[in-house]
Design a protein around this ligand. Structure first.
Ligand code: PEP
Ligand code: MN
Length: 360
């Protein structure tokens, strides 16, 4: 995988003035639904029509897709609208059927890219294809596992490759359905600057509200495109109803997005600066989230102290924390003064939080 430039060719050939926009329903439901959405999307900047045919569901009993029945509908989309078509493939039989129906873009879902056996089998089944293969990040935040899946396709002669960042599962509830953890795609971009990277704000947000913001962050970080779930009647969608938007809303979002860097040009320092600033913004957001998590735990501790009538300030514990952090900070080249200032402020806020719990 040393030559990520080779994987960019398919995207550069598309000569898009906008980022690549892949849109369409979470699931193909009926031929009428598919055709209606595709006709509406044709009026937008979307150039690729997505639809799940085989749906990987976390729990049994949910709608699992109409299956191969939908493949002729997608073919019709391509013939009648000229949009390229994209489906998720999760096993060898899906892979073979997708090739048979001339599907242009095959994507590997988050529940498949975690499994090297499954990825290997699929890669062998589509060996040397010139179709585009997009690998979604695995559900767990493991960059090597993600890249490992890409490497398996590359090693099987699949060169038109790309990745899709769709966020990561977390045990604790967050405002996202799948937390974006932007550090991972940033690191991936550093390692393989030419590997096309698409953002899927729909599966990150899990609801309509945040789609514009997440898409904007992705563009600020020089993502190459967006995959957005779109349905003409989102509330009635058979899967992922809460996160789908109408084609009209998609147009509005695309209109509103600021494309700061239309093409990746590695040597322009202005663009580099903007990219680095976006990275800082992401890290600052993570700092706030971490601090909020820390204060939540502080307040739980406050509750325990209250129930047991224990003093809020435990000098020994505080000295221990500061000492540990000074050592840790020094290892990363952070000055004692800096660490002390930050941790004093954090400690003070912790005490304030606990005092509020204890004294009301
Ligand atoms: C999808 O794209 O509809 C899908 C199931 O996505 P993911 O694999 O990211 O959950
Ligand atoms: Mn979906």
């Amino acid at each position: 995988m040393e030559n990520s430039k080779q994987m960019r060719v398919w995207l550069d050939k598309m000569e898009l003035s906008h980022p690549l926009v892949i849109a369409g329903p979470c699931s193909a439901e009926t031929e009428e639904q598919v055709m209606e959405i595709a006709r509406e999307l044709k009026k937008t900047d979307a150039t690729v029509f997505r639809a799940g045919v085989w749906k990987p569901r976390t729990r049994p009993g949910n709608f699992e897709g109409v299956g191969a029945l939908a493949l002729p509908w997608l073919k019709r989309v391509k013939e009648e609208t000229g949009l390229l078509i994209a489906v998720e493939i999760a096993n060898v039989s899906h892979a073979k059927l997708a090739l048979e129906f001339d599907v242009d873009i095959l994507w590997i879902g988050a529940r498949t890219s975690v499994n090297p056996f499954a990825v290997q089998e699929i890669a062998e089944a589509i060996r040397d294809t010139d179709k585009i293969v997009l690998v979604k990040n695995p559900i767990n935040p493991d960059l090597d596992l993600w890249l490992g899946a890409v490497e398996r396709f590359y090693a099987c002669g699949v060169k038109n490759l790309g990745v899709i960042h769709r966020g990561f599962s977390t045990y604790t509830k967050t405002k996202y359905r799948n937390k974006p953890k932007w550090q991972l795609p940033i690191e991936l971009k550093k390692r393989f600057p030419d590997l096309p990277i698409i953002n899927d704000p729909s599966h990150i947000c899990g609801e309509r509200e945040g789609i514009l913001n997440v898409s904007q962050t992705a563009l600020d970080l020089q993502f190459d495109g967006l995959m957005i779930e779109t349905h003409t009647n989102p509330d009635k969608a058979w899967s992922d109803a809460k996160q789908q938007i109408t084609p009209a809303r998609l147009s509005e979002i695309i209109e509103e997005l600021k494309v700061r860097v239309p093409k990746l040009t590695k040597d322009s320092s202005k663009e580099k600066l903007e990219g680095l600033r976006s990275e800082i913004n992401i890290l600052d957001n993570s700092l706030i989230e971490l601090l909020a998590d820390r204060m939540k735990i502080s307040s739980e501790i406050g509750q325990i102290k209250k129930n047991n009538n224990v003093a809020i300030l435990q000098q020994g514990r505080w000295a221990e924390i500061l000492d540990k952090m000074l050592k840790e900070g020094a290892e990363y080249g952070l000055s004692d003064n800096f660490i002390e200032t930050i941790f004093k402020a954090i400690h003070q806020e912790s005490i304030n939080t606990q005092e509020e719990v204890v004294n009301g």
